[in-house]
Write a protein that binds this ligand. Structure first.
Ligand SMILES: NC(=O)c1ccc[n+]([C@@H]2O[C@H](COP(=O)([O-])OP(=O)(O)OC[C@H]3O[C@@H](n4cnc5c(N)ncnc54)[C@H](OP(=O)(O)O)[C@@H]3O)[C@@H](O)[C@H]2O)c1
Length: 308
């Protein structure tokens, strides 16, 4: 049995620990207060308190319970150990559904229909062809590439921006800072699916948003740290942005005094775009523990240098 300590602030961590206790025969579940927690070889976590992981001298693997690992990499005392994240089909499907909904919301003018309903206005709009709508996806990784393929299948004009060029059949690929403005300039609906790193923090700012054509919409499902909230609100107030669907925020829960709550062109969702089921998270942890013990390559290893 591998001793695994579960730690972090999310309520999901104890739920996965409970599932592991009942189902995972090769895992001995430990919590930070347990007498033999210091013997743990593996830590499963979300937002562990800074310095917490350094207190486990026998650790060989740190496993996230989610796709993003910014909440772990920000620990200044993080031990130099393999760090794995979650890549799961149910997570990918959920993200694809959420973004498809957001794209259709703007493409089919539902934001305008909702606004008109508030004022009892009956105004019909003709549906435009999906091919006339340019969706720009920032981050063409495990999630972004799947979203792109699905939107292409529906006929949307899809462009992707990443660090390295990408090949997704039918998608126009842009990469690096040099091509960022070209990417933005031809984007009607901007989707942010980036990981939060030193390079991407604050990337949804006035300069970026100004490079979009007037009337563009934003769907933000990356991380709150990407968002310069005051800039997004200003671009909405100025009418440069048509609307924004915001799922993630610097501070979560979103504080009650945030202007986003009452901004007429904003949809606030409480970080619900996508999550892997506890079953699939645990399956992946079990598989990586098996691989660790057999000396096999780990799945979904994070590149610590890149930060994702
Ligand atoms: N809201 C939610 O519920 C929710 C749920 C799950 C995930 N997420 C967010 O989604 C993010 C993406 O997940 P994923 O699994 O698709 O990650 P991933 O597979 O690691 O893909 C990340 C993509 O971002 C690109 N990228 C990274 N830094 C960049 C930079 N400086 N400039 C341009 N492109 C850059 C990468 O480019 P290269 O491929 O060229 O390296 C890659 O295409 C997560 O990190 C998390 O923040 C949110």
């Amino acid at each position: 049995m591998t001793k695994v300590v579960f730690l972090g602030v999310s309520s999901d961590v104890p739920k996965i620990a409970e599932l592991a206790r009942t189902r995972a025969r090769a895992i001995e579940v430990l919590l930070p207060g347990d007498s033999d927690a210091a013997q743990a070889e593996v830590a499963v976590c979300w937002s562990p308190p800074p310095g917490a992981l350094a207190r486990y001298p026998r650790l060989r693997l740190i496993h996230a319970i989610a796709a993003g690992v910014d909440n772990i990499l920000c620990d200044p005392e993080l031990p130099t150990l393999p760090l794995c994240r979650v890549v799961a089909p149910d997570l990918t499907v959920a993200m694809t559904e959420f973004i498809t909904w957001g794209v259709l919301y703007y493409h089919r003018d539902l934001d305008r229909a909702v606004a008109n309903q508030r004022n009892r206005i009956w105004r019909r709009t003709a549906p435009a062809a999906a091919s006339s709508c340019r969706v720009g996806i920032m981050g063409v990784g495990r999630l972004g590439a799947h979203v792109a393929a699905e939107l292409l299948r529906m006929g949307f004009n899809v462009r992707g921006w990443s660090r390295q060029p990408k090949t997704v059949d039918g998608m126009e690929s842009f990469h690096g800072e040099a091509q960022f403005d070209d990417f933005l300039g031809g984007t009607d609906i901007l989707v942010c699916l980036l990981p939060l790193t030193e390079q991407t923090r604050g990337i949804l700012n006035r300069t970026t948003l100004s490079a979009l054509p007037p009337g563009a919409a934003l769907i933000h499902v990356g991380r709150g740290g990407h968002l310069v909230s005051a800039d997004v609100q200003a671009m909405l107030d100025e009418g440069h942005l048509r609307g924004a669907i915001l799922d993630v925020f610097e501070k979560e829960p979103l504080p009650a005094d945030s202007p986003f709550w009452s901004s007429p062109n904003v949809i606030v969702t409480p970080h619900i775009a996508a999550a892997a089921s506890y079953d699939s998270v645990l399956e992946q942890i079990e598989e990586n523990i098996r691989r660790l013990q057999q000396g096999e390559p780990l799945l979904n290893l994070v590149d610590r240098g890149n930060g994702y």
